[in-house]
Design a protein around this ligand. Sequence first.
Ligand code: CAA
Length: 262
Amino acid sequence: MNYNNILFSVEGSVAVIKFNRPQALNAINPDVLKDVNAALDEIVKNPLVKVLVFTGEGDKAFVAGADIKHMVTLTPLQAREFGRVGQELLFRIEQFPMPVIACVNGFALGGGCEIAMSCDFIYASEKARFGQPEINLGVIPGFGGTQRLGRRVGNSMAKELCMTGAIIKADEAKNIGLINRVFPAETLWEETMRTANLIASKGKTALKGIKDCIDRGSDMDLINGCRMESDAFALIFTSPDQKEGMSAFLEKRTPEFKGDLY
Ligand code: CAA
């Protein structure tokens, strides 16, 4: 399929979605949301893909937010629909049945920061900048930023960032726990792909189990979370990957994971 607003590729077991509107710092409009949804449809049909990476085209931006030119004339009902479609996509990314990494190469502002936060974890270049600057436009975050930011960095830090509209550097984003790692701009892509390929060498079923247990468990109390983990742990013993992983260890060889239980 041809896309106008993203670049989509599959490199081995890793799918890459690159936001591609550099003239608008990769800002998000409804067409971008459609393209990303269509690429996700392609990925779920491809059994070879085990990890998804989001990044931005150019050296300046991951995504500088929702497209302000698109939003400036929206009616309240249109704004609600734009927010709804954006939020649905971010739920889809968050619940996507494989690990999803945000490789943040530049500005991740507003909707861009929100997209990154819907990924399982964030790697960033030293040049990356993060923030929810919607307050400066007289509005509030609309793709889940008021909800996911506090869950990542705590409500008081989320309030400070959203209320001031501050744009923070990558090392500060790491210090507050928003992102996992910071790399020099020249090595960000290589490091991201190294991790993506390492994860892709693991078993699909176990990867989904980890993602599901950590995400669902964070909304549960500890006892119920651990019970859910026990059920997932038991289920995985029906997977060929469990036999392969444990046999390979005992036979002192590298495992070859091929199973996909779900
Ligand atoms: N929407 C539309 N166009 C955008 C954009 C956006 N979010 N961000 C940047 N652009 C455009 C600029 O208008 C400019 O276009 P022209 O060359 O045609 O004038 C081009 O991208 C380059 O941008 P700048 O000249 O502004 O570049 P800069 O280096 O001086 O500044 C920046 C970079 C600090 C990121 C600045 O562009 C900026 O502040 N952008 C807006 C960031 C923002 O407010 N994001 C939140 C949007 S609201 C939102 O996302 C709501 C939500 O939760 C869903």
